[in-house]
Design a protein around this ligand. Structure first.
Ligand SMILES: Cc1cc2nc3c(=O)[nH]c(=O)nc-3n(C[C@H](O)[C@H](O)[C@H](O)COP(=O)(O)OP(=O)(O)OC[C@H]3O[C@@H](n4cnc5c(N)ncnc54)[C@H](O)[C@@H]3O)c2cc1C
Length: 447
């Protein structure tokens, strides 16, 4: 037994410089795919064995897509790479003095380290929110959300208490960034086209979808024209939007706002903030607000051989005094930049600094409704923006299989108005949620 517990990384020795990449998100994956494996040994670590296409997580949560459609198996993506080594494990810490990385399966020396560990949900210290609200950052989060949602409807169908039955159906989304807005639209379409057919016994005219935002408009990172447009679409779809609204507390059944108002709901999604995933061992003076400060070459300030890219990095430039936006494109572009330039940096050659090409921002609200801020101060809405959204999202999926799965699901949804993934494969009960636990245990759900 003891022997079985002995883990080792099994990375072969090399005479080439070894590059270790932490995280196979947009940044790490693009760096790994671009780095020349004839010049470097490339080692990629992630706690999952797949790349997650986070922009479509909400579609898994709202039963529009199956999880495999947005996950790219990492080993599959590197079949034709020779000196590349993927290991599924958790990176625990870094020691910049000895150039060593510590993982749940052992330690490894690196010549270069690329940190692309992304961000995690930030609850701003609200412990009850962390305990009861649902986050959306990973595929397991999305599957938990889907199960929880479907369990609520199954539960409501069995419930005799009319008052409880009414507020059981309510959905509250905290944070009206792209994730909150896209989810509000998706749940509203589910309420209109799918749920009344699935559950004729329930009265979905009573189901309320709330979208709460602390600032004074939805989609705060986008242009005010796009915010106003998205708000109009959502209100037409029956979403109740509350702006300048801060959440105080949530006990799993009642959410209390700072103005004293209360909303009853068993389904609260928290998408109001993220924070960096800085690894232990990175000196505090290299970081700011949970992110690693870098120079214009993506190199951590204070280090010669540690780089940070994507959501974990803050590269302060004149155009971006607070760093680049926490979206996929800066991560992708930084990953490719480093992949292409690391060998030149290794040889002390002159390299152009990183320059971000802003391709614009998109958010969809539902069928035929999206908003797009494009370069050149162009702000589109409606069907045209929706087509752009569809094209961009399919285009950036990592594999042909993902593209095919997503497109066939979308075409199916388009013609049938159905979302075919409303399965409770793995029942989910929030930790500490004794009420749900009792009900589901009583109904023998998942047993
Ligand atoms: C729900 C949601 C919707 C979004 N929608 C959009 C959108 O529409 N458009 C857009 O441009 N952006 C969107 N984003 C943001 C975008 O996904 C991120 O900006 C992007 O993923 C950042 O890439 P990254 O490589 O820095 O980190 P990530 O893609 O987050 O990757 C980090 C990786 O590091 C791994 N990791 C972290 N810590 C460790 C550790 N200790 N050990 C091992 N592995 C570790 C993780 O498993 C993960 O695979 C969305 C994000 C979310 C959560």
């Amino acid at each position: 037994m003891e022997q079985m517990r002995q883990l080792t990384l099994n990375i072969p020795p090399t005479t080439k410089p070894r590059v270790v990449i932490v995280g196979a998100g947009f940044g790490g994956l693009n760096a790994a795919m671009t780095l020349p494996d004839d010049k470097f040994q490339v080692v990629l670590f992630d706690k999952h064995n797949y790349h997650t296409f986070q922009p479509l997580l909400y579609q898994v949560a709202s039963a529009a897509l199956q999880p495999d459609a947005i996950a790219g198996p990492l080993r599959n993506l590197f079949h034709n790479t020779k000196d590349f080594h993927f290991r599924m494990l958790r990176v625990l810490s870094v020691d910049p003095l000895t150039n060593t990385i510590n993982t749940s399966a052992g330690t490894l020396q690196y010549d270069y380290l690329i940190i692309s560990s992304g961000a995690r949900t930030n609850y701003f210290g609200n412990e009850n929110m962390q305990r009861f609200a649902l986050p959306l950052k990973t595929i397991p989060d999305a599957l938990n959300m889907r199960s929880h949602l479907m369990q609520i409807f199954e539960w409501a169908s069995l419930n005799a208490n009319p008052e409880l039955k009414e507020h059981m159906l309510n959905i509250v989304l905290v944070g009206a960034g792209p994730t909150g807005v896209e989810m509000a639209g998706a749940f509203s379409e589910l309420r209109k086209h799918v749920l009344p057919k699935d559950y004729p016994i329930l009265d979905f005219s009573k189901m309320k979808i709330y979208l709460l935002e602390g600032l004074d408009r939805v989609l705060p990172p986008m242009h005010p024209k796009s915010s106003a447009r998205a708000q109009r679409y959502l209100e037409k779809m029956g979403v109740i939007i509350k702006l300048n609204t801060m959440v105080q507390d949530y006990d799993g059944e009642t959410i209390t706002l700072k103005n004293g108002e209360q909303i009853k709901s068993f389904f609260v999604v928290w998408s109001a903030g993220v924070m960096g995933e800085v690894l232990a061992g990175i000196p505090k003076e290299w970081t700011e607000r949970g992110r690693i400060l870098t120079d214009p070459f993506c190199r951590a300030i204070g280090s010669k051989n540690i780089f940070a890219i994507g959501d974990i990095a803050t590269m302060k430039l004149e155009d971006y005094p607070r760093g680049h936006p926490g979206v996929a494109q800066p991560a992708i572009q930084m990953g490719k930049y480093l992949g292409k330039n690391l060998f030149a940096l290794h040889r002390d050659e002159t390299v152009k600094p990183f320059k971000y090409f802003d391709k614009g921002s998109l958010a969809t609200v539902g069928r035929g409704k999206a908003v797009a801020d494009l370069p050149g101060d162009i702000h589109l809405g409606g069907r045209l923006a929706w087509y752009i959204w569809l094209f961009v999202h399919v285009n950036f999926l990592v594999s042909f299989r993902n593209k095919l799965l997503v497109m066939t699901n979308w075409i199916w949804n388009l013609f049938t108005f159905d979302k075919g993934n409303r399965l409770i494969i793995r029942p989910y009960i929030r930790k500490g949620d004794e009420k749900s636990k009792a009900v589901f245990a009583e109904n023998q759900v998942g047993s």
